[in-house]
Ligand binder design. Structure first.
Ligand SMILES: [Zn+2]
Length: 570
């Protein structure tokens, strides 16, 4: 049923559903003791038999007798006897029920055990440069009202929270495309917005290095925002984070398939400590091309300088050829690539300029996840659900690129496997625009929720960004750099998205409401990127786009009063 390939034999989540149903649980020896106590109470407390636990039957106030015995009046005795008989019948019924099924959880079940009506509100990327709630206008307040209405409210927080008056870190040479940063009070702002659960596994959490990540952790924790996806070693980054709510304990596992190579957290050995960083899912990408394209590529490869033929390799030092910019054919590589198939025809594939190419029907990108990473992630989901009532899996996934409105091809299979392992919901983000919605086994999958807050007026701006956008820092300003960077995201879908509210009944999603938002693209750079509910025409356009994106997953979205509604079971 699940594709973890871990050789793990515990019962699947489906077979465990009945074993953890809410019921009165009292071992039979305990029942006997309670009944004996009740009979003794009947004699000593004739005004109202107490069963020893005030929660079950409370003696009328002021009538509890203690010490000396007094024979009860006939009316009181009859009433007490009546209660005793009813109680005994109740316990016999419970006892019989217990004889039929074992209820003690000996295998750490993965049942969803939140009350009916449990609601998760989810949004996508939050890229903030400053606090917004202190100056919230009526339009923003409407949006925040939805966020504050969830039992749990989730966002992908994509940046670092830093107090530069005390910061000891540096802007890193390797960064996530920009140096996202905000002052510490943004942590409190997230909480004010109603966001209590954030993912940090993404391509920006290490823009300011390990010090930036650690300081971000501190500020979020101070503000009471639970974060997942990063940590002091791989185990901590990959492991679930837990949020305690009145509706139950909720777990979050955060993954990034899109992050810088240096951000990746690592495990310890007996002699070497683990490496702090991001819970990364490494991917191998193969580019599918037509036969003709592959032949052309082979011609280019053959024409380029390099080892003349296979026989000559052993005559020359192998060091040089091994490191020569990936100009090797994949099947001949010294190290097997992820996803290499033993029975591949070598004529059908090629490694060129560090990329793998393969013949396919249509040009496309195809991905495979690193087996160890996938197994570790699924294990983390299983563990998180064993120790919680509800689990959210979230992933930062730009692949195959920000341009794509579809998820990378490997992702649906991975997410469904995670749901089989116990995940109740998947929230994707990264491409800064919406992708489709799927319902699998009564659990919602949001492949990308686009942007929620998209401040592109970030400060301070490191030198690398001035250099990248060709702005001389002696003359040009941070605003000039931000404006140049913003041009790359000046597309309507980058400024249009939805807030999702998923309501659960019986452990399955019963209704999803999609509230369209737009991020005021037409505002000045100084204050654009802040959401408001989309006006009717824009709302319908956003929802129609989402209908189109979700149709391949078999998901129907109704539009009711400019709000999207999915009712999976109806
Ligand atoms: Zn990103």
């Amino acid at each position: 049923m699940h594709g973890s390939g871990l050789g793990y034999q515990a019962p699947s989540r489906d077979t465990m559903h009945s074993a953890n149903s809410p019921s009165v649980r009292m071992p039979r020896p305990m029942i006997v003791i309670v009944l004996a106590h009740a009979i003794s109470d009947l004699a000593c407390h004739p005004g109202g038999a107490s069963l020893g636990t005030d929660r079950l039957f409370l003696a009328p106030r002021g009538r509890v007798m203690s010490g000396s015995f007094r024979f009860p009046s006939p009316v009181a005795f009859r009433r007490s006897l009546h209660r005793l008989v009813l109680t005994a019948c109740g316990f016999i019924a419970v006892s019989t029920l217990h004889a039929q099924e074992s209820v003690f959880d000996t295998v750490a079940t993965r049942e969803t055990s939140v009350p009916d009506g449990f609601t998760v509100v989810g949004v996508g990327d939050v890229i903030m440069g400053r606090a917004v709630t202190v100056e919230a206008d009526h339009e923003l307040e409407q949006v925040l009202g939805i966020l504050r209405g969830g039992d749990v409210t989730f966002a992908n927080f994509e940046g670092s929270l830093i107090d530069f008056t005390t910061f000891n870190g540096f802007a890193q040479a390797e960064y996530g495309g920009a140096y996202h940063v905000a002052p510490p009070e943004v942590a409190d702002d997230l909480r004010n917005m109603g966001i209590d659960f954030v993912n940090l596994a993404n391509n920006h959490i290490m823009d300011w290095g390990l010090e930036g990540m650690r300081e971000t952790h501190r500020h979020l924790e101070r503000a009471g925002v639970v974060h997942a996806g990063t940590g002091e070693s791989l185990g901590l980054a990959r492991g679930p984070a837990y949020l305690e709510t009145v509706a139950g304990r909720v777990a979050l596992v955060g993954i990034a398939s899109s992050c810088t190579a240096l951000s990746r957290a690592g495990p310890p050995t007996p002699k070497v400590p683990g490496r702090p960083g991001v819970n990364a899912l490494r991917l191998s990408r193969t580019t599918l091309v037509t036969e003709t394209m592959l032949t052309n590529l082979r011609e280019v490869l053959d024409a380029l300088p390099g080892p003349e033929d296979e026989d000559s390799e052993e005559d020359e030092g192998s060091d040089e050829s091994d490191e020569s910019e990936g100009l090797e054919e994949s099947e001949e590589d010294e190290e097997p690539e992820e996803g290499d198939d033993e029975d591949d025809d070598p004529d059908d594939s090629l490694r060129f300029m560090g990329q793998s190419f393969k013949a396919g029907d249509v040009p496309a990108f195809t991905y495979e996840g690193n087996e160890d990473d996938v197994a570790g992630i699924l294990r983390s989901v299983r563990e998180g659900k064993q120790l919680s009532d509800f689990l959210i899996l979230t992933q930062h996934a730009h692949e195959p690129g920000n341009w794509s409105r579809q998820p990378a091809d490997y992702l649906p299979t991975l997410v469904r496997s995670a749901i089989d392992e116990g995940a109740d919901m998947f929230i994707g983000h990264g491409p800064h625009q919406l992708r489709g919605i799927e319902i699998y086994e009564g659990r919602p999958i949001f492949y990308s929720l686009g942007n929620f807050i998209f401040h592109d007026n970030l400060t301070p701006v490191p030198y690398a960004m001035f250099e990248r956008y060709d702005v001389d820092p002696r003359e040009g300003t941070e605003g000039d750099v931000n404006a140049a960077m913003g041009e790359g995201f000046n597309n309507q879908p980058n400024f249009e998205s939805v807030i999702t509210a998923s309501r659960f009944e019986g452990g399955r999603v019963s209704e999803i409401r999609l509230y369209p938002i737009e991020l005021r693209q037409e505002n000045r750079l100084a204050n654009r990127g802040v959401p408001r509910l989309a006006p009717p025409e824009t709302a319908d356009r956003i929802l129609e786009r989402l209908q189109e994106l979700s149709a391949p997953f078999g998901t129907d979205i109704e539009i009711e009063d400019h709000v999207g509604v999915i009712r999976p079971e109806g």
